[in-house]
Design a protein around this ligand. Structure first.
Ligand code: F6R
Length: 366
């Protein structure tokens, strides 16, 4: 079932052009002349109005699913005009955070069975919020327990480390943002640009997968490292968290994802000439605010194709160049190369790729 691949994680990373195509099929509606026309989310059609009227949107999940919602949060806020609050399911439950009838709560879970997310769903439902489920498993507890939802259609994911479900989760939440904002004339151009890039996303992801050999070489160089920091901001704060999560869970190397704006408030103290740092610096509105104070460390910079010279004029850093897409879709492009890096690091370090130590695919206990 692994076909030509050695591991499920590797297969699932390489499947992403197809899984994204499946996620968008029938939902991204094309108009004439290859132009995007609109978004159709069948499972939400009777509920979009209620979500548009909510005072707040809560995005609730665990691990990678939380990171996916975090990646899409800015575009949901931008296109819906509704504030979005992020919640790690267990933390919401620990705090018994307040939830209101005017809230729309979105539960993101690949398996649809994660105990903390499921319990948070029951909690939000009992407080009267509209509950939307985004899962990859038809008939799962979260899919059954929510008022409405969107199925990822990403295909079965077997590797414990989530890869293709992550990129499909981001794509689905971006489509949700487009649907929520589709009454507004002032954002029409922006929405059209995002829809056009969604349409081209599978072929761009195919281009990123061509970096496989480069990522393998980079992993060979990094395999004996003790620790890795990953910095990102704006749309790519989530990419930093997700890269660090993938590296630690499969390759068992210590890794930490940090929002770049926080560097000066503590983490900068760690930086010396030995520290290994990945900086996500693809082009978007936050690029000029990137923290180049990390210069002292050993830098790997992810940048937009053609920006290598500008990012690293003295050629002292290693560069990962990726294709440019609309800012809200860039996290999908950016994570693919980092998934490849985490995969190859794990193989070089001799750990179990598909069954990482102490982890299960579905976390059904609290
Ligand atoms: C990491 C990973 C986990 C899950 C988390 C939630 O690769 O897969 O962090 O994302 O356990 O699982 P789901 O998405 O099934 O709710």
């Amino acid at each position: 079932r692994k076909g030509n691949f050695e591991h499920f994680m590797q297969k699932e990373i390489h499947e992403q052009p197809d899984s994204l195509t499946m996620t968008m099929r029938g939902r991204l509606i094309r108009g004439g002349e290859q132009k995007a026309k609109g978004i159709l989310l069948g499972g939400l059609k009777d509920h979009l109005k209620t979500i548009r009227r909510s005072r707040r949107i809560l995005c609730i999940g665990c691990g990678t699913s939380y990171n996916a919602a975090l990646a899409a949060r800015p575009v949901v806020e931008e296109l819906s005009g509704i504030p979005v609050t992020m919640e790690i399911a267990s933390d919401l439950l620990d705090r018994q955070g307040p939830i209101y009838r005017e809230d729309a709560a979105i539960f993101v879970s690949q398996s649809g069975e994660t105990a903390d997310t499921l319990q948070a769903l029951e909690y939000a439902e009992s407080d009267g919020a509209l509950c939307v489920g985004i899962t990859n498993t038809v008939g799962s507890a979260i899919a059954r327990g929510s008022h409405c939802g969107i199925h990822l259609n990403a295909g079965c994911e077997i590797g414990v480390a989530s890869t293709k479900a992550y990129t499909s989760q981001i794509a689905v939440i971006v489509m949700l943002a487009l649907a929520l904002g589709d009454y507004s004339l002032s954002t029409q151009q922006r929405r059209n640009a995002i829809m056009d890039d969604l349409y081209n996303l599978p072929s761009k992801v195919r281009d990123v997968l061509k970096l496989d050999k480069d990522m393998k070489e980079l992993a060979a160089l990094l395999m004996d490292e003790q620790s890795l920091l990953v910095f990102g901001r704006g749309y790519n704060y989530a990419t930093a968290l997700e890269c660090a999560l993938k590296v630690k869970e499969v390759s068992l190397m210590h890794a930490e994802g940090i929002v770049a704006g926080e560097m000066k408030n503590g983490p900068l103290a760690l930086v010396d000439e030995t520290l290994l740092i990945i900086v996500i610096a693809t082009r978007d509105a936050s690029l000029n605010k990137q923290q180049w104070k990390a210069r002292k460390g050993r830098l790997i910079v992810m940048c937009t194709e053609g920006d290598a010279e500008f990012m690293c004029p003295d050629r002292t850093c290693r560069i990962i160049e990726v294709p440019k897409v609309q800012d809200c879709l860039q996290p999908i492009i950016n994570i693919v190369s980092l998934q490849l890096l985490a995969y190859h690091l794990t193989v070089f370090r001799g750990f179990n790729v598909d069954q990482p130590r102490n982890l299960a695919k579905s976390v059904t206990t609290q």
